[in-house]
Ligand binder design. Structure first.
Ligand code: MRU
Length: 360
């Protein structure tokens, strides 16, 4: 899966096993964890060993592949194999609810299981491994294409704020929001990144900052509550974030705090861009209010890394995502092009479902 320019390999397929960078311990430690069944992969997704919508989709596809391999080694009986695989897919589908790429990838793997259910389990397992590898490779190609389209929106000298981590670690490689920045930098543009810390899981401080430092792209870390102040001082020229699910009307679910940044950007006349693959657009969800929002463990809010700072007995809310209404989004950046002022009709055109395809 490794392309020449690929620096961070979030996921690896090696000798029938899935290996994933353990993102919970970055940047202080670096290690790969190894997986050989769907239960393990589902737990890896739930506990955020791997995170970020596209990376979750790729991990889920490999989750089906490792499960198929495990089952095929135990039985040649079609029914036992098929039932076992369905159980594994159900486990994976329960791991995280918001990132639609998870369900998109599982549906793609399930289509193969259904269309080839009479195949010998060993052969079907091989076909599923090939499909997972293709989803993996495809994600990198898509991100590079998204990067090329999005880079046109960035001028040299811009200071670009990003929230959470929508980088190589959140995808199979290159990244979505950070992919746009990487592509602009590769074209010789001088871009300075401002990374929101991203409470409570600190994806900005731990992961985005790490990725940018590794590549020598200038990055400044701020806490989430500093963004408005910097914007008011004229120190931010554009915002780019990723997405976990885009509803059919263009509303965007992304990491908690994104909505706050979008409101601030509008208040200060700063463009607010969302970079995501077309597989993150969910036409079955009509508007943002229908996107399921994951609630996570209160312990993520009351402390970090085993240290508790909140008063004992306090009630806690921990929604992992929020919804930014489409009207606050300047443009959606996808592998198919840039869609300005995203809305229902534009999204359908972008997806090639009506009218001509959108271009820059
Ligand atoms: O909870 P996480 O870390 O999985 O949330 C990730 C995000 O919100 C990203 O911005 C989103 O998945 C886009 S990643 C290319």
């Amino acid at each position: 899966m490794k392309s020449k320019k690929q620096k961070v390999e979030t996921l690896r397929w090696r000798k029938g096993r899935l290996k994933m960078i353990d993102q919970r311990i970055l940047p202080t430690r670096f290690r790969y964890l190894s997986y050989r069944d769907a239960r393990g992969v589902a737990e890896g997704i739930r506990s955020m060993v791997v995170r970020g919508a596209p990376a979750i989709g790729v991990a889920a596809a490999y989750g089906v592949a490792v499960e198929a391999l495990r089952l095929a080694r135990r039985t040649r009986d079609h029914k036992k194999f098929g039932d076992g695989l369905k159980k594994g897919i159900r486990l994976l589908a329960k791991s995280r609810p918001t990132a639609v790429n998870l369900f998109w990838a599982l549906a793609r793997m399930e289509r193969i299981c259904k269309s080839q259910s009479n195949r010998d389990p060993g052969l079907l397992a091989r076909r599923l491994i090939a499909e997972a590898c293709e989803i993996h490779a495809e994600d990198i190609r898509i991100n590079r294409s998204m990067g090329r389209h999005g880079a046109r929106l960035l001028k040299s000298g811009m200071r670009v704020l990003t929230h959470c981590n929508a980088g190589a670690l959140a995808t199979a490689g290159h990244g979505t929001a950070l992919g746009v920045i990487r592509s602009a930098v590769a074209q010789g543009k001088k871009i300075r990144v401002v990374a929101d810390e991203t409470r409570p899981f600190l994806q900005g401080a731990r992961l985005t900052a790490w990725e940018m430092v590794q590549e020598g792209i200038p990055v400044t870390l701020i806490t989430d509550n500093m963004a408005g102040h910097l914007m008011a001082q004229g120190k931010i020229d554009a915002v780019i974030v990723g997405a976990d699910r885009v509803a059919a009307n263009g509303d965007v679910a992304n990491k908690i705090g994104t909505y706050m940044v979008a409101v601030l950007a509008r208040r200060h006349g700063i463009p607010f861009y969302v970079a995501c693959p077309v597989s993150t657009i969910d036409l079955a969800t009509p508007r943002g209010s229908r996107i399921p929002i994951e609630q996570r463990d209160p312990a993520e809010v009351t402390g970090y890394g085993g240290i508790r700072w909140a008063a004992p007995g306090v009630r806690v809310e921990n929604p992992a995502f929020d919804v930014t209404p489409a009207r606050l989004v300047t443009a959606l950046i996808t592998e198919k092009g840039v869609l300005r002022r995203p809305g229902k009709r534009g999204i359908l055109r972008l997806m090639g479902l009506s009218g001509r395809l959108f271009r820059n």
